[in-house]
Write a protein that binds this ligand. Sequence first.
Ligand code: GCV
Length: 646
Amino acid sequence: MATVSVHPAWLPTDVWRPIGSRRVRVDVSGTVREEVRAACANHGGALITSGHADLIFALDSADGDGYAITREPHATTVTSATHAGLLHGLFATVRLGEAAFTPAPPLRSRPAFARRMLDHWDNVDVHPVMGQVERGYAGGSLFWRAGEFRHDQLPRIRDYARLLASIGINAVALNNVNVHTTEAHLLTDRLDEIVLLSEIFRGYGIRVHLAVTFAAPMLLGGLDTADPLDPAVRAWWEVTLAQVYERIPDFGGVLVKADSEGRPGPFAYGRTHADGANMLAAALAPHGGVVHWRAFVYNHRQDWRDRGTDRARAAYDHFTPLDGAFADTVILQVKHGPMDFQPREPVSPVLAAMPGTRLALELQVTQEYTGQQKHVCYLAPMWAEVLGFRPRGAEGATIAGTVAEAVAVANTGDDPFWTGHPLAQANLYAFGRLAWDPTLTPAAILDEWLGLTFDAGDGLRAAFHAIMGESWRTYERYTAPLGVGFMVRPGHHYGPDVDGYEYTPWGTYHFADRDGVGVDRTVASGTGFAGCYPYPWSEVFESVTDTPDELLLFLHHVPYTHRLRSGRTVIQHIYDTHFAGVAEVERMRDLWRGLKPAGLLTPELYARVGELLDEQVRCAGEWRDQVNSYFLRKSGIADNRRRPIH
Ligand code: GCV
């Protein structure tokens, strides 16, 4: 159990009362029974083996990890074909609360994606630039500290596994995709640590995966090549992975970032990414493991003078020619947008262009570009838009209906609130729930989270909705405008720096000059990126008048006086949204100040959120003033309301 100083997140003791105060029969041994036993011990109910039960958990012969909850006047029964499914049924019963015991039509639920995975970017050693957790904003790693495995954290890691299971997560990659030397050893001589973690996660139906370096045969095996077609390399992976399976029979598989941002990969040997991924798949498949191969491949040493190279095209150009070439047990993991987790990007065209490949949609729960868990930014509305996007138009499939899996980069650490900003817990919660059921609405998920975490009554709910519900769009308003992205401070990526990346090799430019701003990605006169989409989006994005306003500068270079679909000019939109965005953050802070800590809204949580909202107001003001001043100075066009711009 967690120590008292660790926040219970969405599983405070009281959410177990409806179950724990009843007579419950659990027809299987394992975690469900132990959870029920603990709940009954806390709330006065009884775990029974005979006699009348109010609640019964039993295996049945249905298939998969779904569950059914049958609510009849005399008893509620939860069934599933698997232990994992029964566990999901248990947590669904927790979510229902007392309603689980009111007669109602049977409730059946199956996950939309068979694998719902969280990727940790945790380092074992403290990296000199990226620290203990790359892009981590929630304290240190739960698993490692300064090179050492955190044996003292095993009880907390168990609580963590439980939180993840409660939202349907069933796979976790434990270490950073940038696999440095120390971390490479997790696969071999530090495997004991992974064995320990797998034992904890297994209890909650979660399989562990490891990020590995493509150069492992050289780094760990002493070979002079990592060529995927070299027999000695193939043999090294086969033997090494077989040894992993001897210790961890349900090991999930490996995650690889290759030929990306300096990571080694098959290109060094003149091989394709399919050659690389399939070699690993061949070594894993006999044991039931899979390869997650990242599509985040682009030239990070681009010449900024070269207008012909477009980072947004890179994954499409690298991977679509390989469609159909990957083994069945390779999952190509594709970031939701073509660039890099900006607050607004179009959906990656790769997701619509590889019907012969198993794809995973990769989301970023850690808020690298969305306020770094200092800003309230509830991301479920963005993810719901991505999942619901129909690349082939209204009659075509959604992204949720196209991809095989949902993966997200974790936002958790050893912070007492798990996520730094206590309200960022809602993002982790929402990722799990959307990965189970992408049709859930962001507002309904927020309600569910509020009900569990704060036992919130109507007044508190309304306040939280007003603070969080639109917070992603608010963040969008006071940061980089109209989808142009990347006006962040280079390196750490927090706060504004309009030209920070403009003359760098990273491929992230806005091309603002005295006349206009934006990236021409059309086929007619630009990089051709718009043509990477199927019809109708290829035509929509090609057209400067049809492109949705929020993506205009991602796709087009336009004069400041260009009129948006909204009727406003680009320059006036920039000024208006930046003033409005900051005003919204001030309103959020004032709403928070109007609340009083009580019950589960503890003084500690109340104070933490209050301090962070002050920082959000400060930072949003900085964004507004830098962005507005920059564009006033570039364009020479005044704000039509003459508000203060510097
Ligand atoms: C793990 C971005 C981040 C990097 C991250 C990379 C990736 O570039 O800034 O920290 O590396 O994405 O997704 O691999």
